[in-house]
Design a protein around this ligand. Structure first.
Ligand code: HEC
Ligand code: HEC
Ligand code: HEC
Ligand code: HEC
Ligand code: HEC
Ligand code: HEC
Ligand code: HEC
Ligand code: HEC
Ligand code: HEC
Length: 368
């Protein structure tokens, strides 16, 4: 840039300065003195900043009495993920005249929500992902607490959102304090505090944009697939000395096989069938290894079952193998019956087919 200001720049600064003086005293510059519009280069960031980066107190008032700060810190765009690639008017296309076109919105909130189209115009993928989300649905229904693109990312000082996993959890926690408090007690959050990159934060389980309503039909039955992403990953689980057969055993079990089938055919059972979260909690996931004694563990497991099998007696889960696969040592009877069937059934089917084939062979063919 030229070190010496040109005539036009000086004139522009003087004009912008005058306008901002009017902003400072709280009056629209258009009312203070008629500005020669064509003298302002409305294409240049400095013109916008000449007014908008002056007074941190400057506000704009809407019909319903709500107001909006119109202060934009100087040089803020340079620190954004966009790295100053875009000018003010790349985003604010309808502010290129002075006085600006009057904003046709009843409230500051309505104005803000309309501005999201700016981000959506370029980020169509994230736009599409968010369309069906619970946040978008709530926003469309007029819930002022529902987040928009800029609520989570900012508009001018956009930070790289995935930079720190703790920051992601903190972002969601701003509005979901209750859930965050519970999550912070979990074995997963303890891992997060130690800098473990494998444990989940909010977005690993819910996503960041396409967040579904957890009460929607079918969501519950499919929720085991969330946990399975990591607990079905043998390599990852080996690192933490955790069972590598969690998903396999769940899917072979009565609950898992039912849920798997329901998910495939899109059927919603009348009574929810147990998924991982029903037994382990989903936000307050704890390790069962800290139960203390064997008895305390059994009481805990019985309590898990009683959430749904109300009249389950003490020791209800005693005969159940949890995630263990039956071995000749741990459960010889189950092991024996399983292998018995594995051998018996193929032998029976083979015999049946042979029986039919032999019959067909003996059938006299007409005319021969
Ligand atoms: C002469 C001073 C001045 C200049 C130059 C100026 N603005 Fe403004 N701007 C204002 C004032 C004053 C308001 C508040 C309007 C009101 O109270 O009605 C405002 C409001 C806004 C708003 C919020 C309401 C709306 O109309 O959407 C945006 C966004 C905005 N300006 C962007 C810009 C951009 C981008 C530029 C540069 C192209 C710019 N402004 C140049 C003074 C200025
Ligand atoms: C990447 C797109 C983008 C760029 C570049 C941009 N803005 Fe904005 N701006 C927005 C969006 C979106 C909003 C709505 C903010 C919200 O939701 O809180 C906004 C809000 C505003 C507001 C209202 C006050 C506020 O902060 O909410 C003003 C004034 C404004 N911008 C002026 C500017 C000026 C001046 C520049 C250039 C220095 C600029 N903007 C650059 C997207 C942008
Ligand atoms: C004029 C087009 C345009 C507009 C408008 C725009 N962006 Fe971007 N944005 C981009 C481009 C291009 C990139 C860089 C993509 C890349 O490097 O892969 C980017 C990058 C980003 C990133 C960082 C991606 C990363 O990998 O870390 C975020 C976050 C982001 N934009 C959010 C927003 C938000 C929020 C808004 C609205 C205030 C917005 N963008 C408006 C074009 C735009
Ligand atoms: C509820 C908060 C939230 C909302 C609302 C939101 N985002 Fe994001 N966004 C995130 C988080 C968190 C990430 C970090 C990546 C991740 O965890 O998946 C992200 C990542 C991004 C990225 C970086 C590229 C990537 O996928 O890593 C872009 C670009 C982006 N969002 C744009 C948008 C746009 C455009 C909107 C509005 C249509 C939007 N976001 C709405 C939270 C949000
Ligand atoms: C600005 C506030 C805000 C932020 C930030 C926010 N949310 Fe939300 N969220 C809401 C509102 C409002 C609702 C709808 C009302 C409700 O169910 O609480 C909602 C709903 C949800 C739901 C559905 C609740 C249900 O009953 O099924 C989930 C899941 C969710 N948000 C997850 C997230 C995640 C993950 C993040 C971070 C990436 C996040 N939210 C960030 C405000 C926010
Ligand atoms: C390990 C996966 C996992 C993590 C991590 C997680 N959630 Fe959830 N979340 C779930 C599941 C599963 C449900 C549905 C529970 C049900 O069926 O009732 C849920 C439900 C919710 C709900 C709906 C209300 C409720 O409590 O049922 C909100 C809101 C929510 N989560 C927000 C968050 C936020 C915010 C974070 C981060 C602090 C987070 N979740 C972290 C799995 C997770
Ligand atoms: C993003 C990967 C990921 C997801 C998703 C995930 N977990 Fe985990 N989980 C881990 C890791 C890694 C550990 C080990 C943490 C450690 O030991 O520090 C763990 C630990 C556990 C433990 C404690 C095991 C023990 O006894 O030490 C349980 C129980 C658990 N998870 C259940 C769940 C459930 C239920 C869900 C779904 C609602 C789930 N996890 C989702 C990665 C994940
Ligand atoms: C019906 C209840 C129930 C369901 C459903 C269930 N679990 Fe478990 N899970 C248990 C019990 C009980 C234990 C403790 C077993 C033991 O220590 O012998 C356990 C142990 C674990 C462990 C610790 C394993 C280890 O090596 O110490 C993890 C991790 C785990 N489950 C994750 C899951 C995941 C992921 C799912 C869903 C795919 C799931 N569980 C479904 C009851 C359940
Ligand atoms: C979230 C609710 C829920 C929890 C928790 C739960 N179950 Fe179930 N369970 C069901 C439902 C529903 C069925 C019926 C399955 C079907 O429709 O195929 C079932 C089926 C069964 C069956 C097969 C026999 C029958 O009644 O159909 C056994 C055995 C069983 N559960 C044992 C347990 C044990 C042991 C625990 C605790 C470790 C437990 N369940 C925890 C909901 C649950």
């Amino acid at each position: 840039m030229n070190a010496r200001p040109t005539c036009t720049q000086l004139r522009r600064l003087a004009l912008a300065g005058g306008a901002c003086l009017a902003l400072l005293v709280g009056r629209s510059p258009a009312m203070a003195a008629p500005l020669p519009v064509d003298a302002l280069d409305m294409d240049a960031n400095e013109t916008c900043e000449g007014c908008h980066a002056r007074d941190p107190e400057a506000r704009m008032t809407f019909a319903d009495g709500s107001s909006l700060s119109v202060y934009v810190a100087p040089d803020v765009l340079a620190h954004s993920v966009h790295q100053g690639r875009f000018d003010c008017v790349d985003c604010h296309r309808d502010t290129m005249t002075w006085p600006h076109e009057p904003a046709p919105f009843p409230s500051a909130d309505a104005w803000r929500r309309a501005q999201q189209d700016t981000c959506r115009r370029c980020h169509s993928e994230h736009d599409a992902a968010m369309r069906d989300s619970i946040h978008e649905r709530e926003s469309a229904a007029g819930n002022p607490a529902a987040p928009t693109c800029t609520e989570c990312h900012g508009a001018h000082d956009i930070a790289s959102p995935g930079a720190s996993r703790r920051a992601v959890a903190n972002l969601c926690s701003r509005c979901h304090e209750k859930e965050a408090e519970v999550f912070n007690r979990s074995v997963h959050a303890q891992g997060l505090a130690k800098g473990n990159p494998d444990v989940p934060v909010c977005t690993d389980c819910h996503g960041a944009h396409a967040i579904a309503d957890t009460e929607a039909p079918g969501w519950h039955a499919g929720s085991y697939t969330i946990c399975a992403r990591c607990h079905g990953d043998g390599e990852m689980m080996k690192k933490y000395d955790l069972s590598e057969n969690i998903l396999k055993t769940y899917l072979e079990d009565f609950h898992g096989s039912s849920n798997h089938l329901y998910l495939q055919v899109g059927y919603v059972p009348e009574r929810p069938v147990a998924t991982c979260g029903d037994c382990h909690g989903y936000h307050d996931v704890a390790s069962l290894k800290t139960a203390g004694s064997e008895e305390a563990l059994r009481a805990k497991v019985d309590a898990m079952c009683r959430q749904c099998h109300e009249n389950a007696p003490d020791g209800f889960a005693g005969a159940w193998l949890a995630h263990d696969e039956p071995t000749i040592g741990s459960a010889p009877l189950v092991w024996g019956v399983t292998w018995g069937y594995r051998i018996l059934i193929p032998v029976m089917i083979l015999g049946l087919v042979l029986h039919i084939l032999l019959h067909l062979w003996r059938v006299p063919v007409k005319g021969v």
